[in-house]
Design a protein around this ligand. Structure first.
Ligand code: GLV
Ligand code: MN
Ligand code: MN
Length: 435
């Protein structure tokens, strides 16, 4: 080894890999044709931008030595065989879809890092006692249809059937959106993986919060992912003429929604430590200047690392909203659309990941709970999961200002290689014991 080489250097003549390339690939996916919008990133599930992204990322996967396919839910899956064919797989994944006006790293960075790890294994001609599969999930954000994590739920086999009635904001059903991309709603659940074929799921992701930056850690190990509820709240008032309807006779659905939102904010502010509640979308009918609003629908997202705190907040909000509706003579319904329980990461894998962090950074691993949702919380139903967080600037995410440094992502890459190689040793030792 020369003084410039590290254990992670590519052999002479081999293709390159590493954190810098992972970042620049995310950057190149941040613009058209990989975005539906000019000048901003928006990559919803089953869009043309998603199709282009799958095409581009599958080429990168193949170049890294993987075979590729799209599963029945449209997820992109690359496979790097282990030392023996048909060995069970370690899955490394995250999502390729995005929110509207997104940053470039939320999701794709975890997929790109998986590809870099495989490129490293390929360049060093290493085959592990298990296969490595890299998955780019199609729907994590729920930015097109009303619920999130549809496609990891299909893989983990926790979606009993793909919802037939679900429509996007343009009125296109999931069935038609799948059909337009060559998939069948009836086949959606065929994306399910068999537990015996999957040994673990690993996800690398930007932290999307400020903890690592404020404590000067490049990376951290996730111990658990917060519980989430997603509700749809409908308020039915009475539409009327804005010039003639006296104030005291109105049943204004939007004024009721405004009071409801202030109540939600105040309940969340008074709640225990990590409780958060967000109204992120509001649709007003008819939504014109000279009509008293007759109907409003809005979303409510409630999260906490502790399920009982989230549940208690949901009940308090339900009671407060019912009182507001009664006082204002409007009808209000609160429909639960999604319930994701708090998800602990596997403690043995998280310890092994922490050891790898210590080895690469020289610091004891910062362990933290994720307030953001991740495919890992669904994949936990299929296999033990663990997650690596990467510092992001000022904790900004779901925003075009999202930023990471190539140095931090290189550290994440080296941690992943170290973790996977040590996991391979543990796995082999365990297999020998069983034999
Ligand atoms: C996804 O980013 C979520 O946490 O909702
Ligand atoms: Mn996100
Ligand atoms: Mn994400």
């Amino acid at each position: 080894m020369t003084s410039r080489e590290t254990p992670f250097s590519a052999p002479v003549g081999a293709a390159q890999y590493g954190g810098t390339r992972a970042v620049s690939r995310c950057d190149s996916l941040g613009v058209a044709p990989y975005s539906e919008e000019e000048g901003a990133l928006f990559r919803p599930y089953l869009s043309k931008a998603y199709r282009e992204t799958v095409r581009c990322v599958s080429a990168w996967m193949e170049e890294a030595g993987m075979t590729t396919r799209q599963d029945a839910a449209g997820n992109l899956v690359g496979r790097y065989e282990g030392a023996r064919p048909d060995a069970p797989a370690l899955l490394i994944g995250s999502h390729l879809d995005s929110v509207r006006n997104a940053g470039r790293y939320d999701g794709p960075l975890g997929v790109m890092l998986g590809i870099e790890v495989v490129a490293y294994l390929s360049a060093h001609k290493k085959r592990l006692p298990f296969a490595v599969e890299v998955i780019g999930f199609g729907d994590e954000e729920g930015s097109r249809f009303p619920v999130s994590m549809l496609t990891s739920r299909a893989v983990a086999d926790v979606l009993k059937a793909a919802p037939d009635t679900m429509k996007d904001a343009a009125g296109i059903s999931l069935r038609d959106a799948l059909g337009a991309e060559g998939f069948l709603l009836e086949d959606f659940s065929k994306a399910a993986r068999n537990k015996k074929d999957v040994i673990a799921y690993f996800e690398a992701h930007i932290e999307q919060g400020p903890v690592l930056e404020s404590e000067n850690h490049a990376v951290g190990a996730v111990t658990a992912i917060a519980a989430q509820y997603r509700f749809l709240i409908n308020i039915k008032g009475f539409a009327g003429h804005a010039g003639t309807m006296p104030m005291h006779l109105r049943q204004d659905a939007l004024a009721a929604a405004a009071e409801a939102m202030v109540a939600i904010e105040s309940i969340a502010l008074q709640g225990a430590g990590d409780l958060v509640a967000t109204v992120g979308r509001l649709d007003v009918a008819p939504g014109v200047p000279n009509v008293v609003p007759g109907g409003v629908a809005f979303t409510l997202d409630i999260r906490s690392g502790t399920e009982s705190i989230r549940d208690k907040a949901a009940e308090t909000i339900r009671t407060a909203l019912a009182a507001i509706a009664e006082k204002r003579h409007v009808e209000l319904s609160m429909e639960l659309q999604q319930d994701l329980p708090a998800t602990p990461c596997n403690s043995a894998l998280t310890q092994a990941l922490s050891d790898a962090i210590q080895k690469i950074t020289g610091l004891s691993a910062r362990k933290l709970v994720s307030g953001a949702g991740h495919d890992a919380m669904v994949m936990a139903a299929l296999a033990p999961v663990c997650m690596l967080f990467i510092r992001c600037e000022k904790g900004i995410s779901h925003n075009p200002a999202e930023a990471v440094t190539a140095e931090d992502v290189e550290i994440a890459f080296q941690v992943m290689v170290t973790f996977i190689e040590s996991y391979a040793e543990t796995y082999s030792a365990r297999q020998e014991k069983i034999a």
